[in-house]
Design a protein around this ligand. Structure first.
Ligand code: C2E
Ligand code: MG
Ligand code: MG
Ligand code: MG
Length: 284
């Protein structure tokens, strides 16, 4: 590209580019220290079963409180953590911490933990999950591991084998961000998932967008046929909730019910009854 624009390679040394490389280097160096420095915290967001009107689980969502930048979004540092291999120790910490926290919640409320494809390459994943369960005492059925389609991309047999080993431990496996990959349906054939999370991009345009409504209905139908729970991500309005319920989604997650919140706040929600979901659900 640099050459094609006829100005030669000096284009690579434009100040903005140098600046962005520097930003990246600094962020990378900071990321290396974040875990030992205790800058990570896990927020939790409830998944509500709308039939039973109950919180069934909460998703662990990583937060980085950078001493200078403040809160850094996972979308801005998870990719960097994946490229640098730092996702392995960070991911292990999330697993341990989330299992420890969930063990203090009322049974049978579970915890969902996101796994990145890079963690599958590390080879220690099954051992990490096993040890997080053992040290926390959390029943394996209460741990849900969320993976995206990229884990199974190009019929990755090694990753598939790891998924089966994880399942053999008794944990649940969820397909996250369903519908955003290239051939989503084929992944449902390659592994018997416990749960399908319909990506927020489909929910966002409800109830107006007819196509999104039809897609959600089809996915919920597939879930029913396969005996797999379907979760709608990113539910923000009562109108969306009403439509999603109509289309047959069984669980909901989104700001309508709760934003991701610190562990202590979530514990208060779990202990203080569920008036808020009752409200949201009956409004719909
Ligand atoms: P995800 O697993 O699909 O998580 C759902 C994202 O949607 C979260 O963003 C959540 O805060 C957001 N969300 C939930 N409800 C709503 C809503 O009603 N409206 C809107 N606008 N957004 C909503 P978050 O916390 O920024 O995380 C982004 C992504 O970063 C996650 O997407 C996940 O892929 C990744 N991630 C987060 N924590 C971890 C982790 O511990 N390990 C790994 N490997 N990835 C993580
Ligand atoms: Mg997720
Ligand atoms: Mg998701
Ligand atoms: Mg997502």
């Amino acid at each position: 590209r640099a050459k094609a624009d006829g100005r030669g390679l000096h284009r690579f040394f434009e100040p903005e580019m140098a600046a962005s490389i520097l930003v990246r280097r600094t962020l990378e160096a900071d990321l290396r220290h974040a875990l030992p420095a205790g800058e990570f915290q896990i927020y939790y967001q409830p998944l509500v079963d709308i039939g039973a009107n109950r919180i069934v689980a909460s998703e662990a969502l990583l937060r980085w409180f950078h001493p200078v930048r403040g809160l850094v979004s996972p979308n801005d540092f998870i990719p960097l953590a994946e490229e640098t291999g730092l996702i392995t120790p960070i991911g292990e910490w999330v697993l341990r911490e989330a299992c420890r926290e969930a063990a203090s919640w009322p049974e049978p409320i579970g915890v969902c933990v996101n796994l990145s494809p890079a963690q599958f390459r590390s080879r220690s994943l099954v051992q990490s999950v096993l040890s997080a369960l053992a040290t926390s005492g959390l029943a394996p059925q209460r741990l849900e591991l969320e993976i995206t389609e990229s884990v199974l991309l190009a019929e990755n047999h090694a990753n598939l084998a790891v998924l089966h080993q994880l399942r053999a431990l008794g944990v649940c496996i969820s397909m996250d961000d369903f519908g955003t990959g290239y051939s989503s349906l084929s992944y449902l054939r390659s592994f018997p998932f416990d749960k399908i999370k319909i990506d927020r991009s489909f929910v966002k345009e409800l109830p107006e967008n007819h196509e999104c409504g039809a897609i959600v209905r089809a996915v919920a139908g597939i879930g029913q046929c396969l005996g797999v729970a379907t979760v709608a991500e990113g539910v923000e309005t009562p109108e969306q909730l009403a439509r999603l319920r109509e289309e047959g989604c069984t669980q909901m997650q989104g700001f309508l019910f709760s934003r991701p919140a610190p562990a202590a706040e979530l514990r208060r929600m779990l202990e203080g009854g569920c008036e808020k979901w009752a409200e949201a659900a009956s409004a719909a």
